[in-house]
Design a protein around this ligand. Structure first.
Ligand SMILES: O=C(O)c1cccc(C(=O)CC[C@H]2O[C@@H](n3cnc4c(=O)[nH]cnc43)[C@H](O)[C@@H]2O)c1
Length: 232
C-alpha cells in the first residue's frame, strides 16, 4: 500500500490495526503490520512515488515474497459535482494527465508522440468488488504534477478526460512501478478538496482521512481475498 505522506499511511493503518515493524530499505521505509498490508509513505509526486514503490517491490521480490497487488491510496481533489468532498473513488483508469506535449492545437499525450503509456487499468473485477465494498465511486483518477488551481484548467482536464472523478499526484507513478514488475495496481482516493480555483479554506483533509480509514476498513476483506485467491 503506497500513500504519499505518513499521515495518509497512518489513516490507512488505522483500518487494519496491529503493531507494525519497520523495514528500512535504501530510499523507502516499509511498515509491516501483523494484521494487514505492508504500508509505504512513498513521497509526493509521481516520480518519487514510482522510485519508492520500485524499491519496495524489488526488495520483496528479492526476499522471495513478491507482492500480489500494489494499492496507491490517499487524499485527492474531486471534480465537482461528480466526486463530492469526503467521497471515495476507486480508479478504473489511472491516467497521467500532463505527460505529453503542448502544441498550438492543444495537448498531445506521449502516446501520440510514439512513447510509452499514459493509462494503467486495474483489474476490472477487483475495481468492482472494492467499490461495492467501500461504497466508492468508480472512474478515472488523473495523476498530475501540478495541482489544478483554476476553473479553466479543471474544465480543460474534464474536457480531455470526461470520466475523470479525481486528480492526485502519485497513482500513475505507483502504477508504472507495479507494471514494470508485472504486479496489478489499484488506486483508492478520498476527496479532500474540489478541483478548481485554489481555495485552501475549502480543504477538508481531516474528513478525507477519516473517509480513507473507513473505506479501507470495508475494503480489507476484498484485498485479503484478492491476495489469497486471485493472484498468488
Ligand atoms: O496549495 C494548494 O493549492 C494545494 C491544493 C491541493 C492539494 C495540495 C497539496 O499539496 C496536496 C498534494 C497531495 O495531496 C494529494 N492531493 C490532494 N488534493 C489534490 C488536488 O486537488 N490535486 C492534486 N493532488 C491532490 C496529492 O496526491 C498529493 O499527495 C496543495
Amino acid at each position: 500500500m503506497a500513500t504519499a505522506v505518513p499521515v495518509e499511511r497512518d489513516a490507512v493503518a488505522r483500518a487494519f490495526g496491529g503493531p507494525a515493524e519497520e523495514l528500512v530499505l535504501p530510499g523507502a521505509t516499509v511498515l509491516r503490520g501483523t494484521g494487514g498490508p505492508d504500508l509505504l509513505a512513498a513521497g509526493v509526486g509521481p516520480a518519487l512515488a514510482a522510485a519508492s514503490t520500485a524499491v519496495a517491490l524489488t526488495a520483496a521480490a528479492l526476499d522471495g515474497r513478491p507482492y500480489g497487488l500494489v494499492v496507491s491510496a490517499g487524499i485527492a481533489g474531486g471534480f465537482p459535482p461528480h466526486a463530492p468532498l469526503g467521497s471515495l473513488v476507486v480508479a478504473d483508469e489511472i491516467t497521467a494527465a500532463d505527460l505529453g506535449a503542448e502544441t498550438a492545437d492543444g495537448f498531445l499525450p506521449v502516446t501520440d508522440l510514439g512513447f510509452g503509456t499514459v493509462t494503467h487499468r486495474p483489474p476490472a473485477a477487483l475495481v468492482r468488488r472494492a467499490a461495492a465494498a467501500a461504497g466508492a465511486l468508480t472512474g478515472t483518477v488523473l495523476t498530475v504534477s501540478t495541482v489544478t488551481g483554476t476553473a479553466a484548467r479543471a474544465t480543460a482536464l474534464r474536457a480531455r478526460h470526461p470520466r475523470a472523478l479525481a486528480e492526485a499526484m502519485e497513482g500513475f507513478g505507483v502504477a508504472e512501478a507495479a507494471a514494470a514488475q508485472g504486479v496489478p495496481v489499484l488506486e483508492v482516493r478520498a476527496v479532500s478538496n474540489p478541483v478548481g480555483p485554489r481555495d485552501r479554506a475549502a480543504w477538508r483533509v481531516g474528513d478525507a482521512l477519516t473517509a480513507l480509514t473507513g473505506g479501507f476498513g470495508k475494503l480489507a476483506p476484498v484485498l485479503e481475498s484478492w491476495n489469497r485467491h486471485d493472484h498468488q
